[in-house]
Design a protein around this ligand. Structure first.
Ligand code: ZN
Length: 283
């Protein structure tokens, strides 16, 4: 009996996990074990067909839960808007043709909420419009091998997009490392937050975490969420990279980010090895 259970739950590609999803390695060199597939739609969100067809909608259990809760929360606070969720990670994680990161379930591309000229929310479609200095939508950035649908006139929905940022930063299932976002959009969001009297703490955090990356596209067409390793994934080879500054302020809620012990480092290397990779691809 116990052998049977072992065979069903603990061997094969599931070796060395605690039975839940595990984000292994880093966002540019990683894997996703037992990833959760985000349902293609739910209250307040949908994955448009273009991204549904790619199948890169796998992520960690924590991120999947968080994205669903965040969309639901914005939907409740400001009824009518639908969040468009684009790429997460491919099944099993690893390389993809579209992204340098997104390898281990800790990156998510979210399509900005938009309003039509009458001020009504525009549901997300097969496009990722860019937003100019007047916050008006422009056609998506030409991307090799991607056929975006044409867009109707629309503008950046400041109210819902700030509600999205706030929901992400206060979501208990995840710890946000970065919200990649164009400098101009960042400024508009922060001005709105101050105007409506958000708490200083939250604004201060948003100021640091909303960030235009220096080494990739400027992110005027989507919000890119990157989260830290879930504490439960760290012993299984999840590696944080870059700043961990906000953990200091959250000592009451989360265990500290400790460096991996030597045994954990061996385990991480084993999990990343070629020997285990092909098995994961079968999932
Ligand atoms: Zn992105």
């Amino acid at each position: 009996m116990s052998l049977l259970l072992l065979g069903a739950g603990c061997l094969g590609p599931g070796l060395l996990t605690d039975g839940t999803s595990v984000s292994v390695g880093t966002f540019t060199h990683g894997l996703l074990r037992h990833g959760a597939r985000l349902p293609p739609s739910g209250p307040g969100y949908l994955v448009p067909p273009l991204w549904r067809a790619r199948g890169a909608n796998y992520t960690t259990d924590e991120m999947s839960l968080a994205l669903q809760r965040v969309a639901w929360r914005v939907h409740r606070e400001h009824p009518g808007g639908i969040l468009g969720i684009a790429d997460l990670s491919p099944p099993g994680g690893g390389d993809s043709q579209w992204h340098r990161s997104h390898e281990n379930g800790r990156d998510a591309d979210l399509i900005w909420y938009a309003l039509d000229p009458q001020g009504r929310p525009v549901p997300p479609g097969d496009s990722m419009p860019r937003y100019d200095a007047r916050l008006q939508a422009r056609p998506p950035r030409p991307t090799p091998g991607v056929q975006f649908a044409p867009i109707s006139p629309r503008r950046f929905d400041v109210v819902r997009n700030w509600a999205l940022v706030r929901a992400l930063l206060t979501e208990p299932a995840i710890e946000v490392q970065y919200l990649f976002c164009h400098r101009r959009l960042r400024q508009v969001l922060l001005e709105h937050a101050r105007r409506i009297g958000e708490e200083d703490d939250l604004i201060e955090r948003a100021e640091v975490l909303l960030h235009q990356p220096g080494d990739s596209l400027p992110h005027d067409d989507h919000l890119h969420v990157r989260i830290f390793c879930a504490p439960s994934d760290r012993p299984f080879g999840c590696r944080d990279q870059g700043p961990v500054r906000w953990w200091k302020k959250r000592y009451k809620y989360m265990p500290p980010a400790v460096p991996l012990a030597p045994s954990e480092r061996v385990l991480a290397r084993l999990l990343m090895s070629r020997y285990l990779r092909p098995a994961d691809r079968l999932r």
